[in-house]
Design a protein around this ligand. Structure first.
Ligand SMILES: [Zn+2]
Length: 112
């Protein structure tokens, strides 16, 4: 059964909220992943810790950016009849799955 207009509105709202959240995460992570100054006075060991933490933040930043792109694509797709249709089996993706993962392009059976 295809999504009802009400369900599409609800998912659109969820996507917009998640994009806002991601924007704020990305802004914080960009601040946290600024290059570490060479002349800082925190000492060598703390500096190694700072570099380790930067690596974690870099990958978080990357994940947040990827998710944001996926959600923006979902926002464009939701206007088309293809949204909510599994790319593999062409079946309808369950509404609860779309609410949890609005950018899903596969149903839970086909998602490997
Ligand atoms: Zn499928």
């Amino acid at each position: 059964m295809p999504l009802t207009p009400e369900q599409i509105i609800e998912i659109t709202t969820i996507i917009n909220q998640e994009i806002e959240q991601l924007k704020s995460n990305i802004a914080h992570l960009e601040e946290a992943t600024k290059p570490i100054a060479l002349d800082n006075s925190i000492g060598r060991l703390s500096r190694m810790d700072a570099i380790g933490g930067k690596g974690v933040n870099d990958s978080l930043l990357e994940n947040n950016r990827m998710r944001m792109i996926a959600l923006e694509k979902a926002l464009l797709r939701i206007e088309t009849p293809f949204y909510g249709t599994c790319k593999n089996c062409r079946g309808q993706i369950a509404y609860n799955r779309l609410k949890a993962i609005p950018e899903a392009t596969h149903c839970s059976n086909c998602n490997i």
